[in-house]
Design a protein around this ligand. Structure first.
Ligand code: FE2
Ligand code: FE2
Length: 283
C-alpha cells in the first residue's frame, strides 16, 4: 500500500504545519511541528521514500522521461476531468475531489478580485498530479520540493531522513552550493521532481511570469516559508516569491467541505482557458 492513504494527506499535513494566522488560536508555530506523533506515521513514511529517492540522477531521469510532453494532448478542461479520476479510496463521501480543490482555490482568488490569470492559476496549479495516473509513486509527485545537486537544508521537513539519500555523501552534491553558483537564480536549479516542475514546463509559454512562479515553486516550502536556499536565488526570484507566498494562502486555506458546483462554474472557467491556453495542452 502507498504510504499516504490519500494523496491529499500531504496537503493536509502542510496546512497543519503552517496554520492560517487567524486560525492559530494563540498557538505558536512550533506547536504544530510535532512530526513524530503516531498519526503522522504515514506522512513520515512518505517522506522516508521521498528523501531517499529524490537524487540528482533521479531528477535528470524524470525530466528526460516526462518533458517530452508527448503523453497526451487534451483540452485543459478534459485534462482536469482526467485528473479528477484520481479518487481516494477512503471516505468518498467526505473528501473533496482534485477538481473540487482546484475550483475552491480559484474561487477564493476570484472572490478577492485578483487578475484573471491568477484565478486561472488557481484552477490549474495541481494539474501536474496527473503524473500519478501515469504510474508515478506519490513520493515523486507531491511533497515539499527542495534542490538536488547541493546540500539538503535542515529546514526541509524531516531533514534527518536525507541520510538515506546517496547524494548526501557524494562530495559533488553535498556542499552548500554543490553544482550551483551563488545567486545563479532558481531557474538554473533542479528541484526534486514532482507536479510543480512538470506543470510549469507544460504551461511555460501560456501564463504571465508570476503565475509560472506560483506553479513552479508552490511546494518549495523550505524556501518560501522557511527562507532556506536564499543563496541560490537572484533578485527576480526574491521579487516573484511575493506572488508564491500570496498564492500559498489560497492553496492552503481555501478548503471547505462544501464542494463547488463544477457544472455551474465551468462556463466562466472555460472563458479563462480560452483566453490564455491553446486548444489542447501537451502533457
Ligand atoms: Fe500542489
Ligand atoms: Fe493545491
Amino acid at each position: 500500500m502507498a504510504p499516504l492513504d490519500r494523496l491529499d494527506d500531504w496537503d493536509d499535513f502542510v496546512a497543519e504545519l503552517y496554520p492560517e494566522p487567524a486560525d492559530a488560536g494563540g498557538k505558536r508555530r512550533e506547536d504544530y511541528r510535532d512530526f513524530d506523533e503516531p498519526p503522522r506515521d504515514t506522512v513520515r513514511e512518505f517522506y522516508r521514500l521521498n528523501h531517499r529517492g529524490q537524487t540528482w540522477d533521479f531528477v535528470q531521469q524524470k525530466k528526460a522521461e516526462y518533458l517530452t510532453l508527448d503523453r497526451a494532448e487534451l483540452p485543459a478542461w478534459e485534462a482536469l476531468e482526467f485528473l479528477n479520476t484520481l479518487v481516494d479510496d477512503s471516505d468518498p463521501d467526505l473528501d473533496l475531489s482534485q477538481l473540487d480543490h482546484l475550483l475552491q482555490t480559484a474561487e477564493a482568488i476570484r472572490a478577492d478580485g485578483q487578475p484573471d490569470w491568477f484565478v486561472l492559476t488557481g484552477l490549474l496549479h495541481d494539474l501536474g498530479k496527473v503524473l500519478c495516473l501515469w504510474g508515478e509513486p506519490q513520493w515523486a509527485v507531491v511533497g515539499d520540493t527542495f534542490p538536488v545537486g547541493c546540500a539538503f537544508s535542515d529546514r526541509v521537513v524531516y531533514p534527518e531522513l536525507f541520510a538515506a539519500n546517496p547524494d548526501s555523501t557524494n562530495p559533488a552534491y553535498s556542499t552548500p552550493l554543490g553544482v550551483y553558483e551563488a545567486g545563479c537564480g532558481l531557474d538554473r536549479v533542479d528541484l526534486s521532481w514532482g507536479h510543480d516542475e512538470y506543470l510549469y514546463q507544460v504551461l511555460r509559454d501560456c501564463l504571465p511570469e508570476p503565475a509560472l512562479y506560483m506553479i513552479r515553486y508552490h511546494s518549495f516550502y523550505a524556501c518560501h516559508r522557511e527562507g532556506a536556499y536564499s543563496e541560490l536565488m537572484n533578485d527576480r526570484d526574491r521579487e516573484m516569491f511575493a506572488w508564491v507566498r500570496l498564492f500559498n494562502n489560497y492553496d492552503l486555506y481555501s478548503k471547505s467541505d462544501r464542494p463547488p458546483r463544477a457544472t455551474e462554474l465551468r462556463p466562466y472557467y472555460q472563458g479563462l482557458i480560452d483566453r490564455y491556453l491553446p486548444a489542447k495542452l501537451n502533457l
